[in-house]
Design a protein around this ligand. Structure first.
Ligand SMILES: [Zn+2]
Ligand SMILES: [Zn+2]
Length: 177
């Protein structure tokens, strides 16, 4: 039996996007094997509305307190999640290859990933990128403008709203390809 690193209640096995993972019944955090995180992030099964609802209900802000691995009880390492705009930290145990995600963070991870893909796939986005690629001066100007933009004050709200920030992030990614 594994205990929640925050609430110290027993984690329960749940099916999430077709994967068996452990969840805390109290804080709704998830313990995910590292090698499944990428598959879950890309799984399109859960409707976006449901993901938004979960993120709104369960996300209480990115916790900075250190947590211990539910398996080996060693300290977990704060590691940024590989998602656009969201500056969320996950907690990882390198030796057990486990990731702890606070309540709502898994939904945010999926949402941000899906939204970034939609932006990148949008036809007008491709057109704008082609135009920028075709002109080194315009591209340089565009990148200079991007560099001047402040970071969003509330990245979570920004991502959930599908806001301008995510659009800009997608453009940046597109330019770097
Ligand atoms: Zn908990
Ligand atoms: Zn561990």
């Amino acid at each position: 039996m594994r205990l929640c690193p925050k609430c110290e209640v027993a984690l329960t096995s749940v099916s999430y996007e077709g994967f068996r993972i452990l969840q805390c019944p109290e804080c709704k955090g998830y313990l995910v094997p590292l090698d499944r995180l990428e598959s879950i992030k890309r799984a399109p099964r859960t409707p976006q509305e449901q993901l938004k609802e979960e993120a709104r209900t369960e996300f209480k802000g990115d916790a900075s307190a250190p947590v211990r691995c539910p398996r080996c009880h060693g300290p977990m390492e704060k590691t940024p999640l590989d998602v656009p705009m969201l500056t969320l930290q996950s907690d990882r145990c390198a030796s057990c290859r486990l990731v702890w995600l606070d309540g709502g963070e898994l939904a945010l991870l999926q949402l941000a990933y899906e939204m970034s893909q939609q932006f990148l796939n949008a036809e007008d986005m491709k057109q704008r990128l082609r135009e920028l690629e075709a002109s080194p001066e315009r591209k340089a100007q565009f990148e200079a403008n991007l560099a001047q933009l402040p970071e969003p004050a509330d990245p979570v709200a920004d991502a959930l709203g599908g806001g301008v920030g995510l659009l800009l992030w997608s453009l940046r990614q597109g330019l770097r390809r």
